[in-house]
Design a protein around this ligand. Structure first.
Ligand SMILES: [Zn+2]
Ligand SMILES: [Zn+2]
Length: 196
């Protein structure tokens, strides 16, 4: 089964093959909240400040249009690369720095329609991460959290064993296709991150 990927303005388009997904999760970490604010899209968070993502193998995703609009940033040194559609500031996916690690957290804001997303991955909120920094009460999901972690680890390891070639935001040798700029001190301050 495939799902449509689309930025808000429709310039960036793609398809996601659901069979390569690891787990759907909602992240309440301060960085994900700061990122939504930086993009000017706090509306994409749930009422407790959570960002809904589907962790998957990068091979699951294929861009079909508007790839030139993709930009990247990094909130802190060593932090995740966060890729977004610069045309309308729609978050797309977050990755580690090393493209050889078969992981991308696709932000479900770029997947539609919602019913199909739920049908493919189950409803949001079954796995929650970093609830300590949620802006409201969120019940932890310890068992699902561990199982989700195992699925991600198994997916990454399996891709390594198969010597999967990096793709999506990376070239075959694992370097990024475009620069993910770090936020400067002013930008960090503006979204509530420490400026140091
Ligand atoms: Zn767009
Ligand atoms: Zn997060």
């Amino acid at each position: 089964m495939t799902l449509a990927l689309r930025c808000r303005c429709g310039q960036v388009k793609g398809i996601v093959s659901t069979g390569r997904a690891y787990v759907r999760a909602t992240c309440y970490c301060k960085d994900c909240q700061a990122y939504a604010r930086h993009l000017g899209r706090p509306d994409l968070m749930d009422t407790q400040g959570g960002t809904d993502i589907v962790a998957m193998n990068p091979l699951a995703v294929q861009f079909t249009a508007g790839e030139e609009n993709i930009a990247g940033l990094c909130l802190r040194k060593g932090g995740l690369f966060r890729w977004y559609a610069a045309c309308c500031r729609t978050p797309l996916g977050n990755t580690p720095h090393d493209g050889r690690v078969a992981y991308v957290g696709i932000v479900t804001a770029c997947l539609a329609p919602a019913e199909e997303v739920d049908a493919a991955f189950g409803p949001a909120g079954r796995v929650v991460l970093n609830t300590g920094s949620a802006t409201g009460e969120v019940r932890g999901t310890p068992v699902a959290f561990v199982l989700g972690g195992v699925r991600i680890a198994a997916g990454i390891l399996g891709a390594k064993v198969r010597r999967q070639t990096p793709g999506l935001f990376f070239n075959p040798s694992g370097q990024t296709l475009r620069t993910a700029y770090p936020l400067n001190a002013g930008e960090r301050h503006a979204v509530g991150l420490e400026t140091g």
